[in-house]
Each structure stands twice: as structure tokens, then as C-alpha cells.
Design a protein around this ligand. Structure first.
Ligand SMILES: Nc1ncnc2c1ncn2[C@@H]1O[C@H](COP(=O)(O)O)[C@@H](OP(=O)(O)O)[C@H]1O
Ligand SMILES: [Mg+2]
Length: 260
């Protein structure tokens, strides 16, 4: 699939984009087929279907690469160790915002496909938002750079079920409005497309929840870090990555001071 005239990272980005898109389309079909009467069954089927599809495509196209997926068990799951020695690791959240996926009418759920490379960090990523008919990737967001004046009353996206005290504190200090939304990918996509100005999360999360969205946000020129301002790091032995801030670059200093 990789042609000689295509740079490796462009091929990786194209693969991430098409893989996230394909999984997203299958998830839309699954919602149509199953309906919303049994949310638990729909969530489980969605997680499983997207995980199998994405892992199958990676194994076929990049058999030498390692995988870290939320839904996988064994070597490709959270306890796997091969990824710690690997040069290339695909970090996958097959269905982010699982809760919202199982609620009729909600469009805040996503598929995350990211590539981490040794010595480089995140090098490619895609967020599919199937119910919003949108796929953002490290290859198509260069034109979405933040523009215009920084808003006087910024909008900060937060978890709709677990809004952290850090975000409430920051909103009070900055005169900001909190915008509850499901899915880390949907929230970071809302930042990158300018519907909100920032996303603040704390209290628990995993590498797969933010890897692809953070790759996209950084490619688009947005700021992303831990809430203490240190860099977000991926493919660690412990894949827990409990907090983050993503925002317009001209807001980062004030926002980091306000979440403290
Ligand atoms: N305290 C916490 N501990 C672990 N995971 C958390 C968490 N808070 C949020 N997450 C995960 O982060 C993603 C976005 O959460 P939210 O919609 O609340 O903002 C969800 O991923 P999944 O849907 O993939 O499980 C959710 O499970
Ligand atoms: Mg997730």
C-alpha cells in the first residue's frame, strides 16, 4: 500500500485516517442494526467490533508493529510488554465515549488511531467522529490553526459525567463557561475546530483516550500538556495518563495557572 513516492509518515497518517473511518462506519451501522434498547449490549458489541476490525487491519498492513488497545487482552492490551521494546506502537481506542455511543441521538463518541514511534513520540493520528460525519487527522488539520482574538469568556469542554474540580476552579478564575461533552476525542475535536477554546480533564484516563486526539491537536498548532504543564508522554509501562489540558496556545499560561 505504501508507494515509493509517499513519505512513511504520510502513509501512516493515511492508514490511521482510513482505519478510523472504516471502524466508525461499522459502528454507525451497528447502532442502526441493534437500536438503543439494550445499551450494555450495544456498548459491548461496539467495543468488540471496532477493536477486531482495527487490530486486523494493523496486523495485515504493519505486522511488525506493536499495538496498545483499550479493548485488547494479552500482548496487545494494557499489560503487554512487547510494545516497550518496539520502534512503532499503534495506540488505539476503538470506541471512545462508549456511554454516549449507546445513547440515541448523541454524536459525541469517536474512534482513535494513533502511531507512537521510539525517539519521536506521536507521529500520526486520526479521530473519527462518525455521527458528526468528520475525520480529523494529523494530515488534514494544518488549516485549523487558532485565529482571532482570544475570547474574553472562554468555553472549556469537560466530561459530562465526571467534570473535574480543576476545570471548575479554572472556569471560576477565568470567567469561563464549562461545556459538558462525552468522549475525549470529541472534546479535543471541538477544541481543534474552534467550537470550544479548551479541554481540561483530571482524575483518571488512559493513553488511548488521548493519544490520537493529542497528535491531531499538536499537528494543528494547539497546546497540549499534563495539568501541571509537563509534556504528555505515551507508550509508558503504566498506560495510565490521568489528566490533560488542550487549548489555544495563547491561553495556555493562564489556563495552567488557573487549574492549579
Ligand atoms: N476517572 C477516569 N478514570 C478512567 N477513565 C476515565 C476517567 N474519566 C474519563 N475516563 C475515560 O475517558 C474517556 C472520556 O471520558 P468522558 O466522556 O467522561 O470525558 C472515556 O473513555 P471510554 O469511553 O473509551 O471508556 C472514559 O472512560
Ligand atoms: Mg476512551
Amino acid at each position: 500500500m505504501t508507494s515509493a513516492s509517499t513519505s512513511p509518515s504520510a502513509a501512516d497518517t493515511a492508514f490511521a485516517t482510513s482505519t478510523a473511518h472504516k471502524a466508525g462506519q461499522r459502528l454507525l451501522d451497528l447502532r442502526d442494526e441493534m437500536g438503543f434498547e439494550d445499551p450494555r449490549a450495544l456498548k459491548d458489541a461496539g467495543d468488540r467490533l471496532a477493536d477486531e476490525l482495527i487490530l486486523g487491519l494493523i496486523r495485515e498492513e504493519y505486522p511488525a508493529d506493536a499495538i496498545l488497545s483499550e479493548e485488547a487482552v494479552g500482548e496487545e492490551g494494557r499489560d503487554g510488554t512487547a510494545r516497550l521494546e518496539a520502534d512503532r506502537v499503534w495506540i488505539i481506542d476503538p470506541l471512545d465515549g462508549t456511554r454516549e455511543f449507546s445513547e440515541e441521538g448523541r454524536d459525541d463518541w469517536a474512534v482513535h488511531v494513533a502511531l507512537w514511534e521510539k525517539g519521536k513520540g506521536l507521529t500520526a493520528g486520526a479521530i473519527a467522529l462518525p455521527a458528526q460525519n468528520l475525520v480529523l487527522s494529523t494530515g488534514n488539520v494544518e488549516t485549523l490553526v487558532p485565529s482571532g482574538d482570544r475570547p474574553a469568556e472562554p468555553r472549556i469542554a469537560v466530561s459530562r459525567t465526571r467534570p473535574p474540580a480543576e476545570a471548575e476552579r479554572a472556569a471560576a478564575k477565568l470567567g469561563a463557561e464549562l461545556v459538558p461533552m462525552g468522549s475525549a476525542g470529541a472534546k479535543i475535536a471541538a477544541v481543534v475546530t474552534g467550537r470550544v477554546d479548551a479541554y481540561v480533564h483530571a482524575g483518571g484516563q488512559w493513553e488511548w483516550d488521548s493519544a490520537a486526539p493529542v497528535a491531531v491537536a499538536l499537528a494543528a498548532g494547539w497546546f497540549a500538556s499534563r495539568v501541571d504543564g509537563t509534556p504528555l508522554r505515551y507508550n509508558r509501562e503504566d498506560p495510565g495518563l490521568p489528566d490533560l489540558v488542550v487549548c489555544r496556545p495563547d491561553m495556555s499560561a493562564d489556563l495552567l495557572a488557573a487549574v492549579k
